[in-house]
Design a protein around this ligand. Structure first.
Ligand SMILES: C[S@@+](CC[C@H](N)C(=O)[O-])C[C@H]1O[C@@H](n2cnc3c(N)ncnc32)[C@H](O)[C@@H]1O
Length: 431
């Protein structure tokens, strides 16, 4: 049985690391798989995400312990075993080694002795990490490609770099945004505790709850089914709270799926209306499911934000452009991102953002607002993108953002600020 579970885990990791699957897609697949119990699913997800998160470090261990380069599948097996020993085991190292050697015997018989030798060597000497303070060592210890470590150091300096890498490697904090159309935070906290969650009010946002432990099968509980909350990171909740809404505005979200920002902003509308547009219809279906669950009225439209829409010109009080980006602010949730970003990818991403901004800015009414946000921390996708836009569009100006603790031209949340996702928010006014 454990061998089957191991095989399943190795395939999940293989898909993420060698077939470019998204970790979020793989973990949802695990969640939907009925052959595993709740505890088994949780073990499988922890191991998969842990190995992906620590790939460079685990690869380094294996290189140190062997002169041979193992085949991909055997390497993944070794990584899982070493990850379990280092991060998950409670003094059951020898048992763990025996289990993985047994799996090797069944799944890759030719590699059984090799696996046994490497794992026993690791048990004898776990102290393998470099201990100088070079960027190369940080790249290994925190499992980030050296090119990315160098870029982050250039932008944020040495001291912040290590904090950012540390947060990227940590278990992400999970928040619920309270659906204030249906319930107050105080009442929701009571219900969640009764249902078996461990939760506390966020001290960052008044409409947020920090979730320390989920109740089992939470999607079948009344709090979820009644649409009392939306699962969202705190940076996105801050973004929603910066959007000024009286209630009667016409709002367009140009890259809206799966709908986190749209649902949060539409919650504040009364006689107003929000159109949520995205280029993928499957993703819009998810948005609609969420809007039904939350009881929030939203109109969805399939559309490409780079394509000019005559009907939209100067029609909206608020346009939200929460655009595709390199995602370097959300590495703790989607660790595969750090291994996939090439310079070429980044260039085309910046061009796409520029193209969308130029196009959708035409949809903002005079005296209306354009909000631009990303979940990345690279200046050329953020403040530089906006400065460049303003230089070319003198009919827009940057407006200060006032949030609880911030009053800035831009809100630039970096992972070390709130120990949460990196996020950039800017607000522009159409003159
Ligand atoms: C950062 S995500 C948006 C997240 C969303 N605002 C939320 O809060 O849930 C970017 C979205 O842009 C969409 N997208 C990518 N290219 C697009 C385009 N040319 N036009 C419209 N949407 C696009 C993607 O499908 C993706 O859903």
């Amino acid at each position: 049985m454990l061998i089957d579970t191991h095989k399943y885990i190795f395939n999940c990791i293989y898909d993420i690391m060698y077939n470019d699957a998204y970790s979020s897609v793989v973990t949802s697949r695990i969640d939907r798989d009925n052959k595993f119990s709740h505890n088994e699913k949780s073990y499988i997800k922890t191991l998969c995400m842990g190995v992906v998160k620590n790939w460079i470090k685990l690869e380094y261990y294996i290189d140190k312990l062997s002169n041979k380069k193992p085949k991909k599948n055997v390497k993944i097996l070794l990584m899982c075993a070493i990850y379990e020993i280092e991060f998950m085991d409670d003094n059951k190292d020898y048992l763990t080694v025996n289990h993985y050697v047994e799996s090797a015997k069944n799944l890759f018989p030719h590699a059984k002795n090799f696996v046994n030798a490497i794992l026993r060597q690791f048990l004898r000497n776990k102290d393998l990490l470099p201990n100088d303070n070079s960027l190369k060592s940080l790249s290994i210890i925190y499992s980030h490609p050296i090119e990315l470590v160098e870029v982050l150091e250039k932008v944020y300096g040495r001291k912040r770099l290590e904090k950012i890498l540390e947060v990227n490697q940590s278990v992400p904090k999970i928040y619920f945004r309270v659906n204030q159309k249906k319930i107050t935070r105080t009442k929701l906290l009571e219900i969640l505790i009764e249902e078996g969650f461990i939760v506390k009010p966020s001290d960052i946002c008044e409409n947020a709850i920090l979730v320390e432990k989920f109740a089992n099968n939470f999607t079948s509980l009344p709090s979820f089914l009644n649409g009392y909350y939306y699962i969202q990171d705190i940076s996105s909740i801050i973004m929603i709270n910066t959007v000024d809404i009286n209630g009667n505005e016409k709002v367009l979200d140009v890259a809206a799926a799966p709908g986190g920002k749209s649902l949060g902003v539409a919650e504040k509308l009364t006689s107003g209306k929000l159109i949520a547009q995205d280029i993928y219809d499957k993703k819009l279906d998810r948005l609609l499911d969420n809007s039904k669950r939350l009881g929030i009225d939203i109109e969805t439209k399939l559309g490409d934000a780079t394509v000019f829409n005559e009907d939209y010109v100067e029609k909206f009080d608020v346009v939200i452009a929460d655009l595709p980006c390199s995602g370097l602010g959300i590495i703790s949730k989607k660790p595969e991102i750090k291994y996939r970003k090439s310079t070429q990818n980044l260039k085309s991403m910046v061009q796409l953002q520029e193209e969308i901004l130029n196009n959708v800015s035409k949809y903002v009414k005079k005296d209306g607002y354009l909000y631009y946000s990303t979940c990345t921390i690279l200046p050329f996708e953020n403040e530089e993108q906006i400065r460049c836009f303003i230089e070319k569009n003198s009919n827009f100006k940057v407006v200060s953002l006032e949030t609880k603790d911030l009053n800035n031209e831009f809100v630039n949340l970096v992972q070390d600020n709130l120990y949460s996702d990196g996020f950039f928010i800017s607000k522009l006014m159409r003159l």
